[in-house]
Design a protein around this ligand. Structure first.
Ligand SMILES: Nc1nc2c(ncn2[C@@H]2O[C@H](COP(=O)(O)OP(=O)(O)OP(=O)(O)O)[C@@H](O)[C@H]2O)c(=O)[nH]1
Ligand SMILES: [Mg+2]
Length: 329
């Protein structure tokens, strides 16, 4: 934790709010998370105040196909990080279970060996119904855990869809879990996953075909041209059920972590923050534009022209913008 406190994201002159959550009040942290979920306005204001306390934790994203062993792996990682003195937050995102049953219950059971450990805080999030708000709630929870002083935060999410890729934008290190026996295709090679993977974890190495998965990944990585400045992802073979390969994986995470504290990593962190800013800006601008436009005389006129097909939607939008902010484009 000591080295985190001096991390590159923390200029010394930053004013640090004193807050119960930062002093270790777990109940206050849990309450803030629920209030953020329920969109209690005071909760957002509180998080705003706490923002200077964020940016210290190392955030690890874990993604991969359903059943690839992500939760088993996370459980092992929690054990390994705790053993060497890290404090750990876990965010488990479950896309399928409608009532917080199913997989989440499974995760809870698996995590039970850590449940009496004050150094571990687990929060499950059912993604059903969030419709795109998922990455914001995940970001909120990560921020609160960061304020709690967790030195490592692990986010588990199923490898499907855009949401998952967005969520991975919060992670400093992204583990993409692969397993043998899911067909010929290397499962990761959905567009985007290669771009976000820091380390490929080949799990279930006790099953036939694990070495083939490693070879497939190696050959894929050797032919793929990565964006400049992006390191080639490492590959680590593990058997999560028995903890085999976990020490090597932790080493690989550490290596990636120290690399990512260099100037490239700093840039990535800054880019991520800017990305969050632009997301907020887009939402706020759109809401403000609609507020000004709807019901105005200009809106009546522009929408009537659109309905008569005298102008197309894109020109109507440009005309609306001119009205709203006086821009011409
Ligand atoms: N043979 C073998 N089975 C494993 C290994 N790791 C996990 N499993 C099993 O794979 C199954 C799924 O494990 P989970 O950890 O729940 O997988 P998950 O990716 O979290 O699953 P979802 O969250 O539902 O997507 C369980 O039955 C595990 O015991 C492994 O290394 N070898
Ligand atoms: Mg799971």
């Amino acid at each position: 934790m000591a080295d985190n406190a001096q991390g590159p994201d923390r200029p010394v002159e930053r004013v640090m709010p004193d807050h119960a959550i930062a002093r270790g009040d777990i109940g206050a942290a849990a309450r803030l998370m629920s209030d953020l979920d329920d969109e209690v306005p005071a909760a957002r204001a509180q998080l705003r105040q706490l923002f200077p306390l964020t940016g210290r934790a190392h955030v690890i994203g874990v993604t991969g196909a359903p059943g690839s062993g992500k939760s088993t792996l996370v459980d092992q990682l929690v054990g390994a990080f705790r053993q060497r003195g890290d404090t750990v937050g876990v965010v488990a995102i479950d896309p399928s279970s409608p009532f917080g049953g199913g997989a989440i219950l499974g995760d809870r059971l698996r995590m039970q060996r850590h449940s009496v450990d004050e150094g571990v805080f687990v929060r499950s999030l059912a993604s059903r119904g969030y419709l795109g708000g998922l990455s914001r709630s995940t970001g909120d929870i990560i921020d609160v855990m960061d304020v709690m002083g967790k030195t490592v935060i692990i986010v588990e999410t199923v490898g499907v869809g855009q949401d998952e890729i967005d969520i991975m934008r919060f992670a400093d290190t992204v583990l993409v879990v692969q397993v043998p026996g899911l067909g010929d295709d290397v499962q990761a090679i959905k567009a985007g996953l290669l771009e976000i993977a820091s380390i490929f974890v080949v799990n279930k190495s006790d099953l036939d075909g694990a070495d083939q998965v490693v070879r497939d990944l190696e050959s894929m990585l050797s032919t793929k041209t990565l964006r400049p400045g992006i390191a080639t992802p490492g590959i680590v073979k593990v058997q999560a059920t028995r903890g085999r390969g976990i020490a090597e994986l932790v080493e690989a995470v550490d290596r990636h972590r120290s690399d990512s504290h260099g100037s490239d990593g700093m840039q990535t962190r800054h880019r991520r923050l800017e990305h969050r800013f632009y997301e907020c800006l887009r939402e706020a601008l759109f809401a403000e534009a609609c507020r000004r436009f709807k019901g105005s005389a200009a809106a009546e006129r522009i929408l009537a022209e659109l309905r008569d097909r005298r102008i197309d939607p894109s020109s109507a939008a440009t005309a609306a913008i001119e009205q709203i902010v006086g821009w011409a484009s």
